[in-house]
Design a protein around this ligand. Structure first.
Ligand code: UDP
Length: 379
């Protein structure tokens, strides 16, 4: 099967990293068409996945902006659709991986008479999207998609509540290669020295810097923890959230935590960085559709604390394979950090359980088989 994947972003967020794993097995039978140039293109090339930047002008990718406004004008949309239609004729199906890819993919599917699959990586609710965007996404999916792949039950439920058709949607979790999350001991030690983290209790946060990812909650929690607790913030503002980055730096200074918080920016060595942590924290203040970092932390054999909302509830069982806290509650988060610091044996057992179950539940080979089966049955 030959697949034309479409993604609006030039930057590698969770949806884009997931796409790499899905497109890889198709080799030359796949093409990833991007609507923006950037480091995501380089990552695809490093993984030997054919890629082309299809849009000539940059398209606004802020989630809160209107989908159509994002394309600035229909004048911008028309050449892109023409290009995608031409490409699509050489492929068996169009696989839209983001919302703007859905807009272009739906129209291209109509004109090229190729089936459309929409991979839904979002919770389509008013908390995350404007009413107009929701309506456009649901109507296009209902009208044009043969299959919608939701990344969690939470994303599926929101799709149905917003009026999505039940008979087109299936849940498939993100897949991961467990081997990637077992880095060399020597690399871990080197990193620990470079970052001057020896003897510290390291809490890692791995997310783009954005208000709803809740890095400020972790910083507030840190202020309530003993001095050996240190935080590393891994990730950058991918979609222009510079004000929030400034806010975080001010917050760290105001709380006198300059020596206990490290901003590491966007990194590609996530398994190594997670391995230097004693705990991985996930602090989103709005429901997370899936939460790749949670599974990655588990695969690294690290205890994970995450918030009780959205897709996270399908990944973490409190006290069994991780810890759950109320979103936006630094006090509760601090309590869990202190428990992990003090109760090392129980915490290690929980982390080991998590590693075993995550390796089985989210194995990329099995997940890719499930997707291939769905594509062949539905299309
Ligand atoms: N990530 C990364 N480098 C960073 C920060 C994050 O590669 O500096 C990865 C992280 O490991 C995860 C993804 O970005 O695989 C984020 O996915 P998640 O589902 O947690 O959040 P999203 O970006 O989709 O909202």
């Amino acid at each position: 099967m030959k697949i034309l994947f479409l993604d609006q972003s030039g930057k590698p967020g969770g949806a884009e990293l997931c796409l790499i794993d899905i497109a890889k097995p198709y080799g030359d039978r796949a093409l990833v068409g991007l609507f923006a140039d950037g480091p995501f293109k380089d990552l695809l090339q490093q993984n030997n996945i054919p890629v082309e930047v299809l849009a000539t002008q940059e398209i606004q990718v802020r989630k809160e902006s209107s989908l159509l406004q994002g394309f600035k004008s229909l004048r911008q949309l028309a050449p892109l659709i023409t290009k995608v239609v031409k490409k699509a004729r050489k492929y068996d199906l169009i696989y839209a991986n983001t919302q703007k890819a859905l807009v272009v993919g739906a129209l291209a599917s109509f004109f090229s008479r190729r089936p459309l699959v929409y991979h839904l990586h979002d919770i389509l609710s008013k908390e995350h999207f404007s009413q107009t965007n929701l309506r456009i996404a649901i109507n296009l999916a209902n009208r044009f998609a043969s299959l919608v792949i939701a990344n969690s039950e939470a994303s599926k439920t929101a799709f149905l509540q917003a009026g999505g058709r039940r008979n087109i949607i299936e849940v498939i979790y993100n897949g991961f290669d467990p081997k990637t999350y077992q880095p060399d001991e020597s690399d871990i030690n080197k990193l620990q020295q470079q970052l001057e983290l020896q003897g510290k209790f390291v809490v890692g946060h791995f997310s783009r810097l954005a208000p709803w990812k809740g890095q400020h909650i972790l910083i507030n929690a840190l202020a309530k923890c003993p001095p050996e607790v240190t935080v590393i913030l891994v990730g950058d503002a991918l979609f222009g959230e510079q004000e929030y980055v400034q806010y975080l730096h001010q917050q760290v200074t105001q709380l006198g935590l300059e020596n206990r918080v490290k901003f590491l920016g966007f990194r590609s060595d996530i398994p190594q960085l997670m391995s230097v942590c004693n705990l991985v924290a996930h602090t989103s203040t709005s429901p997370e559709p899936f939460g790749r970092v949670i599974v990655e932390g588990m695969l690294c054999g690290k205890p994970v604390v995450a918030v009780k909302a959205g897709g996270v509830m399908e990944l973490v069982e409190h006290g069994l394979n991780g810890f759950l806290v109320t979103p936006g509650e630094p006090e509760e988060l601090a309590q869990v950090i202190i428990t992990c610091l003090q109760e090392t044996e129980i915490t290690a057992t929980i982390a080991n359980n998590a590693r075993t179950t995550a390796s089985l539940r989210f194995d990329v080979a099995t997940i890719n088989q499930q997707i291939a089966q769905l594509l062949s049955h539905r299309l």
